[in-house]
Design a protein. Structure first.
Length: 322
């Protein structure tokens, strides 16, 4: 009898340690309906043109669109556009009209889940080959970043291992601070979440890895209707032989003892809105575009217009049957 109990315990332990069982921790999916609306107000007399841009989510790691965008537009025609980075947005151009008669919005059903880390220990991804990308910017600074990246990753022969080593360097040596740009962030070893992610992207690219900043909103917990308030910023890296993997350095800070085993996964479900900060989204946009194009943006006669009433929320709905 004791032998049977011992055997049962061993079987249970093996089952618990099985990756397929552990994966269930990550596979829970939440179905939400996202609604975004923007109404232009306080239009001045004599204005000639109003334009509105509105970011929209796309299917990406941990986020799946379960329905097409149901768009509502008032005041002029709209168009759905995209760019080379995979960003998607709506655009409305309208002649001026009575106050409040220009609006743009959409509704879409999303399936949101956490992203499990790649099933590897860092030694099973492809071996790194030196192929630095040609990067724009201060070439002396970029050379210094590449030299540091080579030192930090010298003991890691794989692409995955180098990406994880660079993340460990930033987590260990850098501190939170005000935004100060790439150069000062690298020199002072501190910066805000955009600075740190920009440095991570630059270091990865200096070694030949494709990398980009992504941003969006944390998925609110609980049922009912919730506003989107918590902004998240993270990095996505293309590991040769695997796929794009997300790396949230802020989330890793909260789990210092677990971040290595969870590297390449996302603990917090999110709605991704923009990639690479939307810097090349639409060249016709005037000055004043936010650094993270996460919410609708309006211009009146080429100038950023503050009279924009924005509503962004998600509503939980019953999970669809697979």
């Amino acid at each position: 009898m004791k032998q049977r109990r011992a055997l049962s315990s061993l079987l249970l332990l093996a089952l618990t340690a099985c990756p397929s069982v552990q994966m269930q921790e990550w596979q829970e999916t939440t179905i939400r309906k996202l609604r975004v609306t923007a109404r232009v107000t306080d239009i001045p007399d004599g204005a000639q043109q109003v334009r509105v841009w509105m970011p929209a989510p796309v299917t990406v790691h941990g986020l799946e669109l379960r329905s097409p965008l149901a768009v509502t537009a008032l005041g002029g025609p709209f168009a759905e556009k995209s760019d080379a980075e995979g960003n998607r947005y709506l655009f409305l151009q309208a002649p001026t009209a009575k106050d409040g008669s220009i609006s743009l919005g959409y509704e879409v059903t999303l399936a949101c889940s956490r992203v499990p880390p790649p099933m590897m220990d860092g030694s099973t991804s492809g071996l790194w080959e030196s192929s630095p990308m040609e990067l724009e910017g201060d070439q002396q600074l970029l050379t210094q970043i590449r030299k540091k990246a080579l030192i930090v990753t010298a003991q890691h022969p794989t692409w995955f291992g180098k990406a994880r080593a660079l993340a460990g360097w930033l987590l260990q040596d850098f501190r939170d601070g005000p935004e100060q740009g790439l150069a000062l962030c690298f020199e002072k070893m501190r910066g805000d979440r955009l600075d740190i992610n920009r440095l991570y992207v630059t270091a990865c690219r200096s070694l030949g890895m494709k990398a980009r900043i992504e941003a969006g909103f944390a998925l609110p917990a609980g049922d009912g209707v919730s506003s989107l308030d918590e902004v998240l910023v993270w990095t996505s890296i293309l590991i040769p032989g695997i796929e794009w993997i997300p790396v949230d350095l802020r989330d890793a800070q909260l789990r210092p003892e677990e971040w290595e085993s969870r590297f390449g996964g996302l603990d917090q479900p999110r709605i991704r809105m923009i990639s690479n900060e939307g810097t090349n989204l639409d060249p016709s946009m005037g000055d004043g575009i936010p650094k993270l194009f996460l919410k609708p943006h309006a211009e009146c006669d080429g100038k950023v217009w503050a009279g924009l009433k924005i509503t962004m929320n998600v509503k939980s709905i019953a999970n669809e049957e697979e």
